[in-house]
Design a protein around this ligand. Structure first.
Ligand SMILES: Cc1cc2nc3c(=O)[nH]c(=O)nc-3n(C[C@H](O)[C@H](O)[C@H](O)COP(=O)(O)O)c2cc1C
Ligand SMILES: CCCCC(=O)C(=O)O
Length: 388
């Protein structure tokens, strides 16, 4: 009851962020919220949208607005997909299930991370909505092959290879808080956790939270996990290159997505290997700090490969206007990570629903105000570029 009321008092994604900050132990909030090094890219991702203004077209009948589009062979009801994010059950006990359900309800893709806390099979059973599985390639290639097979058998529609994590980014907030799975017990972290009794209650009374897709390896002792940073450096394969991406694609019959593309050259290579889509992404500013904002790279990439491959943009999207600017610059769709995670942490499934509702309502209203009735009306003519 109180949660619903608090969610209804959240009028934008930043309000959900503030509520999430209250609900979560600081280490977990910092893990979601933070970026790498000085967090330059984290900030730039969102602030770079301000360099573009949106134009309004007058006297257009906007009584009916159509937000639907087709991405990866599936018709979706609005042009925003839910990005893969690891460890969602740490932020709310319903975790991935809650997000997958709300993505399906809103008629869009859910993406399940390799490092999820709900298994491929459980998410497959949970939702009939469009879904994609995201792979991190482990040194144990059989495990990667197994992931692809499991995603196929569980009815996933698309496979996504994330290519911007050859090593774990330097996330200093996590180093300071000692963010680990399970949480590291220090006087400070115990106090922090105790100040969040609702979180503790759910943490202690739900099934064990583990990295569900690799848990069998960890139990066998071949996947040892003390903290994420160490897990990545021990288990992820830093030799992965384009030939491996081709190999991964060859294991999968359906749409194949390469996530973490930031240059024209890499976008062209993704076209060459026959990928269906790229996600123009810098991992939400969590990997290479000083990487440009994704919206800055989009026009060049759209010029070079637009029309040959679908372009999905993520990193920094907090507003409907951000989505519209990306579409006007040539993206086919966008993805959100933190926007729905703040909702999840703030209020579980209703919190995710609120995040989705806020963004979707903003996009619809902004289209009315711009005089755009459908997404194909959102073109470069809708933009005014301010070179500051
Ligand atoms: C807490 C968290 C966990 C993430 N885990 C993954 C992951 O497991 N796999 C992946 O490809 N990307 C992961 N990402 C990156 C997102 O897929 C996405 O690229 C990023 O969140 C977009 O930026 P935004 O959060 O500003 O929307 C994660 C992001 C966050 C915030
Ligand atoms: C190995 C990193 C864990 C998931 C992730 O991609 C992220 O936190 O950004």
């Amino acid at each position: 009851m109180i949660h619903q009321w608090q969610l209804s008092r959240c009028f934008n994604i930043d309000d959900l962020r503030k509520l999430a900050k209250k609900r979560l132990p600081a280490s977990l909030f910092g893990y979601i919220d933070g970026g790498s090094d000085d967090e330059y890219t984290l900030r730039a991702n969102t602030s770079a949208f301000d360099r573009y203004s949106l134009m309004q077209k007058a006297l257009v009948d906007v009584s009916e607005i159509d937000l639907s589009t087709t991405v990866l062979g599936k018709k979706i009801d609005w042009p925003v997909l839910c990005a893969p994010t690891g460890m969602s059950r740490m932020f709310h006990h319903e975790g991935e299930r809650a997000v997958a359900r709300e993505a399906a309800k809103s008629g869009t893709f859910y993406s399940l991370s390799t490092l999820s806390t709900t298994s491929i099979e459980d998410v497959g059973r949970e939702t009939d909505g469009p879904k994609m599985f995201q792979v991190y390639v482990h040194k144990d290639r059989e495990l990667s092959r197994e992931f692809v097979q499991r995603a196929k058998s569980s009815g996933f529609d698309a496979l996504c290879l994330t290519v911007d994590l050859p090593a774990h980014g330097n996330r200093e907030r996590d180093l300071r808080t000692g963010m680990t799975l399970p949480p590291k017990l220090t006087a400070k972290s115990v106090l922090d956790v105790l100040l969040h009794p609702a979180w503790v209650y759910h943490y202690l009374t739900t099934d064990a939270i583990e990295l569900a897709n690799v848990a069998h390896k960890i139990r066998e002792g071949s996947g040892e996990v003390s903290n994420l940073l160490q897990y990545v450096s021990k288990q992820f394969d830093p030799t992965v290159c384009w030939e491996d991406a081709e190999w991964m694609k060859s294991l999968w019959d359906g749409p194949f997505v390469v996530k973490g593309i930031m240059s024209v050259e890499d976008a062209r290579r993704a076209v060459d290997i026959g990928a269906s889509a790229i996600v123009i992404s810098n991992h939400g500013g969590r990997q290479l700090d000083s990487s440009p904002a994704t919206i800055e790279m989009l026009p060049k990439i759209a010029d070079a490969v637009g029309g040959q491959i679908e372009l999905i943009l993520d990193s920094g999207i907090r507003r409907g206007t951000h989505v519209l600017k990306a579409l006007a610059l040539g993206a086919d769709a966008c993805m959100i990570g933190r926007s729905y995670l703040y909702g999840l942490a703030a209020g579980g499934q209703p919190g995710v629903a609120r995040a989705i509702q806020l963004l979707r309502t903003e996009i619809e209203l902004d289209m009315k105000l711009m005089g755009c009735r459908q997404l194909s009306d959102v073109t470069a003519d809708c933009l005014y570029f301010r070179d500051q």
